[in-house]
Design a protein around this ligand. Structure first.
Ligand code: AMP
Ligand code: ZN
Length: 480
């Protein structure tokens, strides 16, 4: 399987680990969520496509150990070395303790993942449960002479001590200006230096602090958590690391520096996989634009989470995607069509089996060609858009039997993860009309019976805001 590697700016072949190798599985570490607020559509895309990557590797016969962290401390605003801890920010916003906020939004993350049919990683690790590992790593870096302390601020990594700092992002260190990429911090030796361990500021009164050799009330930096936990679970060197493209210039660059300085082994990670960003209606997601949506917003508007997954699969993970409600509506129709077809093929197969058909159906030679196309497309840097096109071709094919179609689609679904084997046709259709819309329809029916046309029009507009249009026919109202 071929994947684009940000480190080499080229494709890397991921191979099965030799069975004679004691390790037998490859390591994959995914940067997890910072649990200070709701998981949104951008996160859902990243983790759904990570899930496809893990499924695809396993489908290719490559055993994978998938480790993903939960950032519940140390991630400062703007990913830099100053500013407020995002968890403390969340605590203020929701009027709860930092620990409660972390707990609540970690739960919300898993709830979102379940709805998106994203499989749990083999290991999910919280930063606050691995303080010791992070502390040990900073101590090792100190012993090796890579650190210095800025009084009242923290322990910093001296990037000038590494000859290849910034190789992932191809940073030109001589042109780096402090403040442009990371914040200005008084006392830094080089503009690119970054905090490994931070100290509580006077009067700050943080909820999450731990004693360290440098300060009684201190906490880990965000970058150290990913180096320390990935190495703890996957060893000094491992195969794949994923994250959003925003992590290339700072977070992942610093993870590499810390890890390679600690072990003296290169490379820390063989293949760096980066997901591009999701925009909403052509804009960056932001609170001021009010365009940050969750999976529950998607459901409330009457869409199935699998329609969203299908939409994400229709683009390439390295391309930016523009989410629109119209595109999701299109995807919803495609999803319903697919579920209906699967139901029909299943029924046909069941009745054949009752008539004494074959017990264990096998793919025909004709169908094998489609399977080969599909796996080649997936093995080509996860070309999910092409792979979906192959799936739609199968659904429309005149040369394949229903049995072939069903078996093929189930096979594809091992990678696509739409949960087709368990989907219930009726519930998929019912789910597509949300309770809120059903209620408005009833109210509108009453308004029409009372000849209250103004109210009827007002309700029609409300329903349309939720993504449905009402048509008044001979048999009453219907939705489109
Ligand atoms: P965070 O919770 O902000 O640490 O982000 C968790 C992961 O989601 C990171 O790998 C981010 O790069 C990724 N991410 C955040 N926002 C978006 C977005 N709008 N589109 C795609 N991925 C995102
Ligand atoms: Zn990370």
């Amino acid at each position: 399987m071929k994947l684009y590697n940000t480190l080499t700016r080229d494709f890397s072949e991921i191979k099965r680990v030799d069975q004679s190798d004691a390790k037998k599985e490859i390591g994959l570490y995914a940067c997890g969520p910072t649990v200070y607020d709701y998981t949104h559509l951008g996160h859902l895309r990243k983790y759904a496509l990570d899930d496809v990557l893990v499924r695809a590797l396993r489908y290719e016969g490559i055993a994978v150990k998938h480790v993903q962290n939960i950032t519940d401390v140390g991630h400062l605003s703007d990913d830099g070395d100053s500013g407020e801890d995002k968890l403390e920010k969340g605590a203020k916003k929701y009027g709860q303790s930092v620990w409660d906020v972390a707990h609540q939004f970690e739960n919300y993350f898993w709830h979102s993942m379940d709805l998106m049919n994203v499989a749990k990683p083999d290991v999910s690790c919280r930063a606050t449960d691995h303080i010791q590992e992070q502390l040990e790593m900073v101590k090792t870096l100190e012993k090796k002479g890579f650190t210095y302390v800025i009084e009242g601020d923290g322990v910093y990594f001296d990037t000038s001590k590494l000859d290849d700092y910034g190789k992932l992002a191809r940073l030109k260190l001589d042109q780096l200006k402090e403040g442009a990429r990371v914040d200005f911090v008084d006392g830094k030796r080089n503009p690119a230096d970054f905090a490994l361990w931070k100290f509580e500021r006077a009067g700050e009164n943080r909820a999450m602090v731990w004693p360290s050799p440098w300060h009684e009330r201190s906490f880990p930096g965000w970058h150290i958590e990913c180096s320390a936990m990935s190495m703890h679970y996957l060893g000094d060197q491992f195969e794949i690391h994923t994250g959003g493209i925003d992590h290339i210039p700072v977070h992942h660059t610093n993870e590499i520096a810390q890890a390679e300085a600690t072990t003296g082994k290169k490379p820390f990670v063989e293949v760096w996989v980066h997901h591009n960003f999701l925009q909403v209606e052509g804009e960056k997601m932001s609170k001021s634009l009010g365009n940050i949506f969750t999976i529950d917003d998607v459901i409330k508007k009457g869409f199935a989470p699998m329609a969203l997954r299908l939409l994400y699969l229709s683009g390439h993970y390295r391309s930016e995607m523009n989410f629109t409600w119209d595109n999701l509506a299109g995807s919803q129709k495609a999803w319903e069509r697919l579920v209906k077809l699967v139901g029909e093929w299943k029924q046909e197969l069941d009745s054949q089996n009752q008539e004494g058909g074959q017990d264990l159906p096998k793919l025909s030679a004709r169908a094998q060609k489609y399977l080969k196309d599909f796996s080649d497309q997936i093995a080509d840097d996860l070309n999910t858009a092409q792979a979906l096109a192959t799936m739609w071709e199968v659904t429309k094919s005149d040369e394949l039997s229903s049995q072939d179609k069903l078996l093929l689609v189930y096979e594809f679904d091992q990678v696509l993860g739409l949960g087709l084997e368990n989907v219930n046709v009726k519930s998929a259709e019912e789910k597509s009309i949300p309770e809120e819309v059903k209620k408005l329809l009833l109210e509108r029916q009453m308004a029409r019976e009372n000849h209250d046309w103004a109210e009827s029009d007002r309700l029609r507009d409300k329903i349309s805001e939720l993504g449905f249009s009402v048509v008044d026919g001979q048999n009453g109202q219907t939705l489109e």
